[in-house]
Write a new protein. Structure first.
Length: 360
């Protein structure tokens, strides 16, 4: 049965993967609501533009009237809330914007969804019964696993370290409050680090790829021993749709890739892939891309280790990642090598690889 999905932040990295997955591999209708800030890029959705089941609305989730109009016009069955400020370094430089988008914006969206759902209960009880509000969050809300072999579970206490993770923790608590207090049928997912095509180049993997191709230093924070669990973005998109359509309301599901790697391991693997695919003739003062690795001052408050226990979503909903870290990273490198126009236009815009989040 065709449903209407309202996806906030659908022009972003993970959001665009969700939109592409829904349009390419389902019969559902998709309404993409995106403000188009610096990381929103409609070029990431070029292959779905013109599809009769796809609609784009440029709007801010913090604009109550705009959100009300979107609900009234499109009558969604499912809200997938991905719109967020998401870069830790940017949150260090300007935390207020993260509070405005991630906390205030989520509150506005929750209220618009609640009022819409209440109207549905009067006008279309069956549609109201099936309505879902799915909030997409991060494993960073759980804090740091330094010095342990533990994994983040759905019941791990929150201990955010950065303004970004604190703002996402706040939004998670708001969603739970709207479920407990008002009965809004909601779900939450917390995911590990994503990577893959169409990733804005302020993040580790795309920044390292593009610096390496340009023969520039590849900056690694601190000693590079920070551990992250890596999840291929298209696997994540499938998981999110699975939770939105099959998950139990009021519940949380952790999504991870079973790929714990240090940042240095990630960068070294990228270097080896690039040595193999493009060679080293473009490097004027290095024999290998690994020679470009440069250790720089660490990020303030940098968490040492994240690791997700994704057994619940696998056990209850049957989702497992299709990509290993090796296959996913190879696909990612190949995508950047064959889609230079996309990232060159991004680099010509508001971000050119400069260091962010440096305290003075």
């Amino acid at each position: 049965m065709m449903k209407t999905f309202l996806v906030t932040g659908g022009a972003g990295f993970i959001g665009s993967a969700v939109v592409r997955e829904l349009i390419d591999n389902s019969e559902h209708r998709v309404v993409n609501v995106d403000k188009l800030t610096y990381a929103g890029n409609l070029e990431s959705l070029a292959n779905v533009e013109g599809n009769a089941r796809y609609h784009f609305v440029q709007a801010d989730i913090g604009d109550a009237r705009a959100m009300q109009r979107a609900f009234e016009e499109f009558q969604p069955d499912v809200v997938m809330h991905l719109a967020a400020e998401s870069h830790v370094d940017r949150s260090i430089d300007g935390p207020a914007e993260f509070i405005q988008t991630n906390v205030v914006g989520t509150t506005v969206l929750l209220e618009a969804a609640r009022l819409y759902w209440l109207q549905l209960k009067e006008s279309d009880p069956q549609k109201a019964e099936g309505f879902r509000f799915h909030h997409i969050s991060t494993d960073e809300v759980y804090g740091d696993l330094e010095g342990t072999d533990d994994l983040f579970t759905e019941t791990t206490p929150y201990a955010p370290s950065s303004p970004y993770s604190a703002s996402k923790a706040s939004s998670d608590h708001l969603v739970r409050a709207w479920h407990r207090t008002y009965g809004l049928p909601s779900l939450i997912t917390n995911c590990s680090n994503n990577y893959g095509p169409y990733h804005f180049p302020e993040k580790l993997i795309p920044l390292m790829i593009l610096n390496a191709l340009a023969g520039k230093p590849m900056p690694v924070y601190g000693d590079g021993q920070q551990v992250r669990d890596w999840l291929y973005v298209e696997d994540h998109a499938r998981a999110l749709i699975t939770v939105a359509t099959q998950g139990q309301t009021g519940e949380t599901y952790n999504i991870g890739g079973h790929n714990e790697k240090t940042n240095l391991e990630v960068v070294e693997t990228l270097c080896d892939l690039l040595d193999d695919r493009v060679g080293t003739s473009h490097l004027t003062s290095a024999d290998s891309h690994r020679d470009l690795i440069t250790f720089v001052a660490d990020r303030p408050g940098h968490d040492v280790r994240y690791a997700i226990d994704a057994s619940r979503i696998e056990r209850e909903l049957g989702w497992t990642p299709a990509e290993t870290f090796e296959t996913g990273l190879a696909k990612t490198v190949d995508w950047y090598l064959t889609n230079r126009e996309w990232w060159q236009r991004v680099q010509d815009g508001s971000y050119r690889g400069e260091r962010l989040g440096v305290l003075t």
